[in-house]
Design a protein around this ligand. Structure first.
Ligand code: ZN
Length: 230
């Protein structure tokens, strides 16, 4: 699964490989999707981000600078300064979308989940799916529609954690974070409608039926096309 650039997946693309900078971008995009930070919020200092991501602080600073140039982040000077998520995050990110690359990543994410499900089916400890079930219920009940894209991302991160462990969760976080910059956030009502795939998947995982569990994953494309003008 490791390509010649030393990276996973089909997404290294042409040009110089900048895994550190890409990691920073994708993780910040994921934090925004998960509402750990909202547009207008101040990001943790570069040193803190570097430690969290296990990469050099200089790499983080350069990546943040690049994101400021793109308009995704704002740098403010002075005592209350720092690096902030741009208030226009959504509209700037929309300009950077690349549906073809997003679809390629989505296909890769689907393969990852099929592999995880086949690997883990029949092998999940009692109670191992409780966190995922709670998320499915939360999605069914969520009153605020803008929480649904966040919960959707949380479900797939938690799935990777439950079936593959912390290393695979990090890998899924990388894929999801990249997708946040390549594709529009799924529409809340679509997320809610497709929550039944999550429920089906958990049911089949609990029963240990690998074929039906994989079928539930395949019925559930993550990249949900947006309706509206083409
Ligand atoms: Zn989902």
């Amino acid at each position: 699964m490791v390509n010649t650039g030393g990276k996973f997946g089909p997404y290294s693309g042409p040009g110089p490989v900048r895994p550190g900078a890409e990691l920073v971008r994708s993780r910040i995009a994921l934090r925004v999707r998960l509402k750990s930070e909202a547009p207008g919020d101040r990001l943790p200092d570069a040193g803190v981000l570097a430690e969290e991501l296990g990469i050099g602080e200089i790499t983080v600073r350069r990546a943040l600078e690049g994101m400021c140039q793109d308009g995704l982040l704002d740098r403010r000077r002075g005592r209350s300064g720092g690096t902030f998520v741009a208030r226009e995050w959504d509209s700037v990110a929309a300009v950077l979308h690349d549906p073809a690359e997003g679809a390629a990543l989505d296909a890769f994410h689907l393969l990852l989940e099929c592999g995880l499900v086949s690997h883990a089916a029949g092998d999940i400890p009692d109670g191992g799916l409780d966190g995922l079930r709670a998320l499915v219920e939360e999605m069914d009940r969520a009153d605020a529609p803008d929480r649904l894209p966040e919960l959707e991302a949380r479900f797939h991160l938690e799935l990777a954690q439950t079936l593959g462990g912390p290393g695979i969760r990090e890998f899924a976080a990388d894929l999801l974070g990249r997708q946040c910059l390549l594709l529009p956030a799924p529409e809340p009502e679509v997320v809610r409608a497709r929550n039944r795939h999550h429920a089906d998947l958990l049911k089949e995982l609990a029963r240990g039926d690998m074929a039906l569990a994989v079928a539930a994953v395949k019925a559930h494309p993550h990249a949900v096309p947006r309706s509206g003008p083409a």
